[in-house]
Design a protein around this ligand. Sequence first.
Ligand code: SAM
Ligand code: TMP
Ligand code: ZN
Length: 407
Amino acid sequence: MTTKPCTICRGRVQEFHDFGMQPLSDAFRRPGDESQEYLFRLAVGMCLDCTMVQLMEEVDRDKMFHESYPFISGGSAGMRAHFEGVATRFLENTTGRGDDFVVELGSNDGTMLSHLADAGMHHLGVEPSAGVARLAVEKGVRVLGDFFEEESAVRIRGEHGPATVIYAANTLCHIPYLDSVFAGVDELLAPDGIMVFEDPYFGDIVEKTSFDQIYDEHFYLFSARSVQELARRHGLELVDVERLPVHGGEVRYTLARAGAREVSDAVTVMIAAEERSGLTEPATLEAFSLRVSDIRRDLVAALTDLRAQGLSVVGYGATAKSATVLNMCGIGPDLIPRIFDNTPAKQGLLTPGSRIPVVDSADFPDPYPDVAVLFAWNHAREITARETGFLDAGGRWLLYVPRVHEM
Ligand code: SAM
Ligand code: TMP
Ligand code: ZN
């Protein structure tokens, strides 16, 4: 296990799990494309100084976020409802002075901002992936097609003035260069403005052994303690935290300029709970790593056994998370011949590394398989509620988080 300098504080990051060589999690491939796939070593460590959990190797951002970035926020009814709730909060709780300006980093297909656009609120999405950004523009959302960082923040400030709210969902954890992002926040944020971001919570990842949250795009796995330290280093303060049930467990962090807002008790409570649970202790991280290895062994054994029984097995949800699982376990079309997914941009392509065909989830019942591995386990309620016919037909859902089991 190696070490590297922390991208937040330059302290020493100690690796605690190595997933081996992995492809880009969203680099779905055309059938017949035999070109060499880009691979990198996916390994994760924790900074011994500021406790920030981070990948040991960084992938160039242009390789991940580009014209054909396939993930869309609006692909889940649950997430559409979640983002409508976020927008409602912004519409109800901003200053009401009429000069509110909400900026969303990683606005993707405009699922959240379209509500602000419809309400006539001054807003801007910042989104480097041009394909998904166009979907937002079609919804009437104003989008800057760029990466958010210091330089683009200066331009936004010059053109639009200060932001009352800077919001980011499942985006900040994707950005290794947070020093530049926070220099940009300092440029753009109004004196009494807030920065709100929500990302997968490291506490949930350890508690649920949801190791598949670790992939190229998820460079950081935040905790309240590490975010508090991150904010402090940039003249900001963590003033509120809120646990969210989405994507397998997230935390919404609210930052304000240091001293500008009262700090909620929730911050102290969450940091104390992290301390009590030993979240940053080496023994906790070692135990996590061992549980990941157990899941790999059990999942491969379960799939091999199902195949030996002659049962038909498929995957459900060609998630970015599934790339970590499939490639770590060496699972290919021999064990899982296809994966169903509702994203048009993924259908007809092969999963990265594992090369499993992705097919339209509308065809799932045609005929139902015996067993479906639920790679989109974070959307379990939504998917199982829709696919009730699968259980009626005798089908079985197989999950691997928090351990290999049937639902
Ligand atoms: N916010 C949406 C959601 O929660 O569903 C989309 C999340 S998606 C996983 C991450 C998005 O962040 C991608 O659309 C990507 O293009 C964008 N992104 C990556 N780096 C960025 C940066 N520096 N500034 C703004 N957006 C960025
Ligand atoms: P995510 O876990 O990153 O949100 O990705 C979810 C994937 O699962 C995405 O490719 C869309 C797919 N999906 C379906 O195929 N059907 C569904 O009902 C839902 C909610 C997601
Ligand atoms: Zn550090």
